[in-house]
Design a protein around this ligand. Structure first.
Ligand code: C5P
Length: 321
């Protein structure tokens, strides 16, 4: 129901809260180029959105701020550095509202691992943009929201579009990869997160002292996606950040081996890690791999997921009465 404030003559109708569901991502291919003058690395990547999601509710409130619930919530900042809060400020500024007093409360329920290499923070920012666009009844396209989002984090635009996409630049320039095939994944969450900048820095360091292997061309990955054959795709998955993540967290080598021993086609580090993503031949295999991997004691939690799934979208908004 709508709340009405003010006198009966001048009714200010408070819009109902809006809840948005937003997916995690895995990089099927992540080719990292050299570090640019702005500190970012030039990427060629293939993102896939997975059915591992956060839910973000935005509401008009007299006590503005961010709340975070769910696994790992305690380690997420709730101050002005929270990416969802920065999304509120960026969109307020863009639409002529007061960015320092936007009178909005953001409630995040985490299903995406925190600091896990699955773009959880970017996902929350993307969900916040979509939620606010509905709450404030903004006439903005997804491309316009993505433009605002790209300044907040490299992975925000992808969280808005979801599905499968080829990313270049910092990862923010996207082209959709069409294909209706569903892939089945097992996701292994580590006990502690890894910092993305640390992992990029470690890769730069490794590249100075030796020549860590680089992933191949992206085209075969796109062809495998078009066929839908997980076995073909498994041979082509690759991540340049993997050697850096494993260098910082050597125990990940054991997790990757355990997933394959449990029956996965292949295991890779997701993005900057430490989450491991295992591609499986079908839904049944994924459930069996997940069960065996959870008994192996190599990771904190194991989840089954599938992809691709759509990007950030409104799932609930109280209907006006
Ligand atoms: O853009 P985002 O805030 O997600 O990036 C986090 C950090 O990851 C950056 O500060 C940078 O250190 C590193 N990064 C990078 N090259 C990219 C994307 C991220 O070096 N293309």
């Amino acid at each position: 129901a709508q709340r009405r404030v003010g006198s009966t003559d001048v009714l200010a109708v408070v819009p109902p809260p809006v809840t948005v569901r937003v997916p995690a991502k895995v990089n099927l291919h992540l080719s990292v180029g050299d570090v640019r003058p702005d500190g970012y690395h030039e990427l060629v990547t293939v993102f896939q959105a997975l059915s591992l999601t956060d839910e973000v509710t935005v509401a008009v409130a007299d006590d503005p701020g961010v709340e975070v619930h769910g696994e790992g919530a305690a380690t997420v900042p709730t101050d002005a550095s929270n990416l969802a809060w920065r999304a509120v400020q960026a969109l307020a500024e863009r639409t002529g509202r007061d960015p320092y007093d936007p009178k909005v409360r953001v409630v995040i329920r985490k299903g995406i691992p925190v600091a896990g290499g699955m773009a959880g923070g970017s996902a929350d920012a993307a969900a916040t943009l979509v939620g606010l666009a509905a709450l404030w009844k903004l006439d903005m396209t997804r491309d316009e929201l993505a433009e605002v989002g790209a300044r907040l984090g490299s992975d925000v635009p992808f969280a808005l579009y979801g599905n499968t996409a080829l990313g270049t630049g910092r990862g923010e320039r996207l082209v959709p990869v069409l294909g209706r095939h569903v892939f089945h994944w097992v996701i292994a969450l580590d006990r502690r997160g890894l910092s993305t900048p640390d992992v990029y820095r470690e890769l730069d360091r490794l590249r100075e002292e030796s020549r860590p292997p680089r992933v191949g061309a992206v085209e075969p990955v796109l062809e495998a996606l078009a066929t839908g054959d997980p076995r073909q795709l498994a041979l082509l998955l690759g991540n340049d950040l993997q050697s850096a993540a494993v260098s910082l967290r050597p125990s990940l080598r054991r997790t990757l081996r355990a997933g394959v021993a449990a029956g996965a086609l292949v295991g890779i580090i997701s993005g900057s890690g430490p989450t491991c993503a295992f591609l499986c031949s079908d839904a049944g295999a994924a459930v069996r791999v997940a069960a065996e991997l959870s008994g192996a004691g190599v990771c904190r939690t194991v989840r089954v997921a599938q992809g691709p799934v759509p990007g950030a979208r409104v799932v609930a908004s109280e209907e006006p009465s």
